[in-house]
Design a protein around this ligand. Structure first.
Ligand SMILES: *[C@@H]1O[C@H](CO)[C@@H](O)[C@H](O)[C@H]1NC(C)=O
Ligand SMILES: *[C@@H]1O[C@H](CO)[C@@H](O)[C@H](O)[C@H]1NC(C)=O
Ligand SMILES: *[C@@H]1O[C@H](CO)[C@@H](O)[C@H](O)[C@H]1NC(C)=O
Ligand SMILES: *[C@@H]1O[C@H](CO)[C@@H](O)[C@H](O)[C@H]1NC(C)=O
Length: 500
């Protein structure tokens, strides 16, 4: 399918090659490749790179990395660390790109990259054309080192996997100060940095963490590993893990020459260190086809961290192209980052309606009463990545009902405003989609008479879920013939979404 890809975290491989990232090959080869890896590191110029790391929040250490002697010396630094909260300056991004794909994909990075604030680079395979100036809103670029000396034997993949895996090493060697996390993604990954910070700040960056998500399509996880952070969805490596990884990486690249992608090489190397993936539900590899609607309309209770593969699914909003759709989503994200795509649902018992809201994206009104369990399960408007099948996925789905009168009537985001300090107002307008509008029953007429749904909410803070991942509640405030007003709020302590 994806011939145009140069980067390596889109996984198209034949099912018969079942190779989890940690499958070892002949041990003799393992040793000889390790030797080669060690040699290649020791050939590097002997410069010391320094960065800081906090241990136990009491003191600060200065760690010196000496590439030529391949060891690390930790020097106690006598300043008291005040456990500063993680912010954007502590994250270094490494984006896997190529000159060929950048032209069309830079728009994805430019949606979330803030020049002079976001740190990191897009890594290219060669120097871009000098006649076309590099745009100021794009992340700065670096040209990756030559990787021709490495071995790559996967027949269905691309050698660029090596170059992209080495972003870990090449980023580290730049010696960036005060970095806590290295975050890797593709040039078609859209990050939501505020939420990424929110998620990462829950972890102790002084420990070794490998954070990300795997594929939505089981067929992909079977081929490439359930235990892998898929690169397109993005992965976060804490700096102590990066320190260990850079010692092994070139060796791993040769040892695992038969694997497909860059993320598999990193996963294999992390497996040698012994660290397991920490799955976070907001990283979206988006290994799905067709319409992502159902997935985004029932997002798990976790901040939205990334989206990927947006060239391979229908536009998020039916009346816009994909880039404009993302601009709309970015617009609401800027108003209330953590609440973006957060799910709430409630009933209108006078009408026997179920109302489901994915904040900043969509409202669904079902002219019937569905249980909470049904409502929280994504409608399967999409198919699997490789075989375009109806599943299985790594989460439960429900197929849209065959009866038009059982299908929801759909509203999409129209406006977002801040109407008072931290008070958000979003409105959604009806757009024919999913066939719920085609029902001719009289009971349906009142739903179809609605043109807009207006939702009020307060700005959500990450703390709302730090300890307990509980969905927020909603209630119908007012129903006029063409507009429905709803309020989202924290649930009362004993409040449940229970049918009478
Ligand atoms: C690192 O290696 C150098 C050269 O081999 C050696 O002199 C030094 O003691 C080593 N440092 C540590 C902390 O192991
Ligand atoms: C981030 O935290 C550092 C302390 O580690 C602080 O010096 C810096 O001003 C903060 N930056 C932002 C953008 O808040
Ligand atoms: C970023 O900083 C550089 C140097 O300080 C400055 O020249 C440039 O205009 C800045 N870019 C933006 C987009 O603010
Ligand atoms: C809602 O459903 C209940 C139980 O099925 C039924 O008794 C009631 O008449 C329905 N109300 C409306 C407005 O359809």
């Amino acid at each position: 399918m994806s011939q145009i890809r140069d980067t390596t975290t889109t996984h198209d491989s034949p099912l018969k090659f079942l190779k989890p990232c940690t499958t070892p090959e002949k041990s003799g080869e393992l040793i000889s490749f390790f030797m080669k890896g060690a040699l290649s590191i020791s050939l590097l110029v002997s410069i010391y790179f320094v960065f800081f790391s906090n241990f136990s929040g009491q003191s600060r250490w200065l760690i010196r990395y000496c590439p030529s002697c391949e060891n690390f010396s930790a020097v106690h630094h006598r300043s008291i660390d005040r456990l500063e909260k993680t912010n954007i300056s502590h994250i270094l991004f490494g984006i896997g790109g190529s000159v060929k794909t950048w032209k069309d994909r830079r728009h994805y990075s430019e949606l979330w990259w803030k020049p002079n604030t976001t740190r990191g680079y897009v890594w290219l395979d060669e120097k871009p054309n000098e006649n076309e100036p590099w745009l100021v809103n794009s992340p700065p670029y670096r040209v990756s080192e030559d990787t021709s000396k490495f071995k790559y034997t996967n027949w269905y993949g691309s050698r660029s996997a090596i170059r992209i895996a080495r972003i870990v090493l090449e980023s580290f060697r730049l010696g960036n100060d005060n970095v806590r996390w290295l975050v890797l993604g593709d040039d078609d990954t859209v990050f939501f940095p505020e939420n990424l910070i929110d998620v990462l700040s829950r972890y102790d960056h002084n420990q070794m963490y490998y954070i990300g998500g795997n594929s939505e399509s089981v067929e992909q996880d079977v081929i490439h590993s359930y235990g892998m952070a898929f690169g397109g969805g993005g992965m976060a490596l804490s700096y102590p893990l990066v320190v260990q990884l850079v010692k092994l990486l070139d060796g791993c690249i040769d040892r695992y020459h038969y694997l497909y992608g860059s993320d598999e090489r990193i996963c294999a190397c992390v497996a040698e260190i012994g660290v397991s993936i920490t799955k976070e539900l907001g990283f979206h590899q988006f290994d799905i086809r067709d319409d992502p609607y159902g997935l985004l309309a029932a997002h798990p209770v976790a901040p939205l961290v990334s989206l990927h593969h947006l060239d391979y699914v229908k536009p998020l909003f039916p009346e816009k192209d994909q880039l404009d759709s993302l601009r709309s989503l970015m617009g609401v994200y800027k108003m209330d980052p953590v609440r973006t795509l957060q799910h709430s649902f409630c009933y209108d018992l006078k009408q026997n309606w179920s109302v489901s809201i994915s904040w900043g994206y969509t409202v669904q009104i079902y002219p019937t009463l569905l249980t909470a369990k049904q409502l929280e399960t994504p409608l399967q408007t999409f198919r699997t990545w490789k075989s375009w099948s109806n599943g299985p996925f790594t989460f439960n789905t429900r197929l849209p009902n065959n009866e038009a009168c059982e299908r929801p009537v759909i509203f999409y985001l129209d406006r977002v405003d801040e109407v008072g300090r931290g008070k958000m107002f979003t409105s959604y307008k009806r757009i024919s989609s999913l066939g719920g509008d085609e029902c001719g029953l009289a009971t349906h007429a009142t739903v179809l008479a609605l043109q807009t749904v207006e939702v009020s909410s307060s700005k959500m803070i990450g703390k709302d879920w730090k300890r307990v991942r509980r969905r927020q509640c909603c209630e119908i405030v007012k129903h006029e013939s063409s507009a429905l007003q709803i309020m989202i709020r924290r649930c009362g302590s004993g409040e449940t979404v229970t049918l009478p």
